[in-house]
Design a protein. Structure first.
Length: 203
């Protein structure tokens, strides 16, 4: 009986010997590849709804770098996005936002919402949330362009723009450098004025 017990112990130790070494376990795990660096100046190209205000069926953000850009990340089902869109449109219509202000909206969640959803919410002139400025509809696999060199990168769009949620209002200077991001869900006049002041100082 004792001999049988010793045989079981010896067999168990032999079988488990390779599983008890942490060095072996660490060596078996592949080393993750480092993420490519985000360029200091970023841009991208994306399809649009091809309305007159979209400036073509595809929009290269670099064409908006005539000065600082005010960019709003939106989703069709986002109440805060609707609120910000309404405020920006009202400010534009009242003249508090200059007609020369480079204003862009960007769809944030193409995996969950269709182009048709976005068109119904922001592209229909009869919609309360119609955007009379370019609406960009980048697919999920969009990468950023290094605006300084014009080269396409391996950096995905959302990491390139600091992982924006919706709604996020951002300011890019006239070279594509991200200089400011909002952190409020509902439209806020004080936050908008802060963005406009940043734009003015970045011009």
């Amino acid at each position: 009986m004792n001999l049988e017990r010793w045989l079981v112990v010896i067999v168990m130790l032999t079988v488990l010997a390779g599983c008890t070494s942490t060095d072996a376990m660490v060596q078996d795990q592949p080393t993750p590849s480092p993420l490519p660096p985000v360029p200091e100046q970023v841009s991208f190209t994306a399809p649009t709804l091809d309305r007159d205000v979209d400036r073509g069926a595809a929009h290269d953000l670099r064409t908006s770098f005539e000065g600082p850009v005010l960019m709003l990340w939106v989703a069709a089902g986002c109440s805060g996005c609707h609120d910000w869109t309404t405020m920006l449109k009202e400010e534009l219509q009242s003249g508090n936002l200059s007609n020369t202000t480079q204003l862009i909206s960007v769809h944030r969640y193409p995996s969950f919402e269709s182009v048709e959803d976005m068109a119904a919410r922001y592209g229909d002139v009869n919609s309360t949330h119609y955007t009379p400025w370019p609406l960009l509809l980048p697919p999920d696999n969009t990468n950023v362009i290094d605006a300084a060199t014009g080269r396409m990168t391996d950096v995905d769009l959302y990491r390139g723009f600091n992982q924006p949620v919706t709604p996020t209002l951002q300011v890019l200077d006239g070279t594509g450098r991200l200089v400011w991001s909002s952190s409020t869900y509902w439209a806020n006049q004080t936050v908008l004025m802060e963005a406009l002041n940043i734009m003015e100082s970045s011009a």
